[in-house]
Design a protein around this ligand. Structure first.
Ligand code: PEP
Length: 252
């Protein structure tokens, strides 16, 4: 049985004090929910403060990005070694990074290698653009993204995949549960081709794209979907708590 995961991607939101305030509101209740992995991914600058607040709890911490070199003259970048002291997970290949920071499959591949090398668990994001979806190219696009991101990388049990159709991110226009379930089934099939069927059955694949408290059940109740990567709704304590609570109830 795959343990469901709900991960909150706060993106470039919250100051350190706002991050502390938001986690303080959710900490007690989140800690009490034991059949779901709850991951919070605040901005880099808040990782240490949030880490202190959740120390000793069942809440886990993730970063939103990583650089692939361990150290050196890369002004402004954050290295895998720095993150490994602070958190357990790292989001890699988010579509906003592909779109605004020109991250290619090759760069994402290097970042995944770098994360795994220091024991960080990557949450690899893949997903198609609206025009690709409308042209019926979803399978082709996600298959290629998976291939280039994971090329030459041995399977690690830390790997998590998030299927995030770009047209659904931050738009309020979520996929349907059936659509997401079907594509995630295809992704799992591709993982089986890369790493074998047993591993494909172990890998957690999340859905992301306008998940809210109002639609979470539609996704979580699908057999292939192992949880959610939640953006906007993870910045509201009541929404995030409700999504985690619903996941817990459905999977109990
Ligand atoms: C995301 O940032 O990964 C995301 C899915 O955002 P939203 O939930 O706001 O669509």
């Amino acid at each position: 049985m795959r343990v469901p995961m709900i991960a909150g991607n706060w993106k470039m939101n919250t100051t350190v004090s706002e991050a502390v305030e938001l986690v303080t509101k959710m900490r007690h209740e989140l800690d009490g929910i034991d059949n779901v992995d709850k991951v919070i991914c605040p901005p880099f600058v808040s990782l240490a403060a949030v880490g202190e607040l959740i120390k000793g709890s069942s809440i886990k911490l993730g970063a939103q990005n990583i650089y692939f070199e361990e150290k050196g003259a890369y002004t402004g970048e954050i290295s895998p070694l720095m993150l490994a002291e602070l958190c357990e997970f790292v989001i890699i290949g988010h579509s906003e990074r592909r779109q605004y920071f020109n991250e290619t499959g090759e760069i994402i591949n290097k970042k995944i290698r770098a994360a795994l090398k220091v024991g960080l668990k990557p949450i690899l994001c893949i997903g198609e653009r609206l025009e690709e979806n409308e042209a019926g190219k979803t399978e082709e696009v996600v298959t290629e993204q998976l291939r280039s991101s994971l090329a030459g990388i041995d399977y690690s049990s830390g790997l998590i995949i998030a299927y995030e159709p770009i047209w659904a991110i931050g738009t309020g226009k979520a996929a349907t549960g059936e659509q997401a379930n079907e594509t995630i089934g295809l992704i799992r099939h591709n993982i089986a081709k890369l790493y074998g069927n047993r591993i494909a059955q172990d890998v957690r694949i999340l859905y992301g794209g306008s998940v809210t408290a109002a639609n979470a059940t539609e996704f979580i109740s699908q057999p292939e979907i192992d949880g959610g990567l939640v953006g906007g709704a993870s910045l509201k304590a009541d929404q995030f708590l409700s999504i985690v609570r619903q996941t817990s109830e459905i999977r109990r």
